[in-house]
Each structure stands twice: as C-alpha cells, then as structure tokens.
Design a protein. Structure first.
Length: 152
C-alpha cells in the first residue's frame, strides 16, 4: 500500500513538474531573444532549481520501486518538457508570445507547483515521522528562491 501511494505521489509530481517546465523553456527562449545575457541568467536559475525538482520526482519513485532506472527515467521525462517548451515557443508561439502571456503562464504554473507541494509533498514527507522538518524545509526553499530572484 505504501509503495503504491509513493508511486502515485512521484507520478503526480513528475506530471506537475513537466507542466511547470514547459513555460520555463519558453521563458528561457524569450529571455535569450530579448538579451543573450538575460537568457543565460534565466537558464542558470532554471538549471539550479531543476536539481531539487528532479529529486522530488526521483525520490518517491525510487522508494516505491527500488529501481534507479525508473526513478531517473521519470525525472528525465519531466525535465524534457523544458526544451520542448522552448522549441514550441520558437516554432509556433513566436507571433503570440509576449511578456504578459509568458508572465501569466509562469504564474499559473507556479501556483500548480505550490499546490502540489502543499497537497502532496509536505503531507507525504510528514508521514515519515518528521513532523516539522517538511515545513521547515519548505520555508527554507521559499527563502532560497526569493533570494535567487532578488539576485537576478
């Protein structure tokens, strides 16, 4: 029972991160078009936060299945949405893509990720017996992201 719940959590997070990564690819592409140094800054920020995203996908899937290959595969598939988003922005959405539309996309996807974190990840982490550690980690993660945005 525990394994199936962990697998469900891992798949839910993988799906949410794939949705989240799609407009990130668009943002990186649009930023690079605007100013190459902006594109590099966005790409670095995205790369840094993709590490914990990959872990958030891989950890529950590995715990559920014991398979490193499966955990890696689902993490990879959730991350591949980013270059697909960049390609779609380049090929199809270029005439319609504006800063405002991209901002709405990123805000909506950010909301999805906050929901997944609050509804799935934190309760699942708390079920392992560390009552307050998940909340403290979420607060630290939020502070780190706020600081990284301030640096940009």
């Amino acid at each position: 029972m525990r394994s199936s719940h962990l697998m469900k959590t891992g798949l839910f997070v993988a799906f949410g991160i794939a949705i989240h990564n799609f407009p990130e690819g668009m943002a990186t592409f649009a930023g690079a078009l605007e100013n190459p140094s902006l594109g590099i800054a966005i790409a670095v920020a995205v790369a840094i936060h993709n590490i914990p995203e990959g872990l958030a996908v891989a950890a529950p899937i590995y715990a559920a299945t014991g398979s490193r290959k499966r955990a890696f595969l689902y993490s990879f598939l959730s991350g591949v949405a980013e270059p697909i988003g960049a390609g779609l922005a380049a090929l199809v959405l270029m005439p319609f893509l504006s800063g405002m539309i991209l901002g709405y996309l990123l805000a909506g996807v950010g909301g999805i990720m906050v929901f997944i974190s609050l509804d799935e990840l934190i309760p699942e982490a708390r079920s392992f017996g560390h009552e307050h550690l998940a909340i403290i980690d979420a607060m630290i993660g939020t502070a780190v992201m706020a600081f990284s945005l301030w640096l940009l």
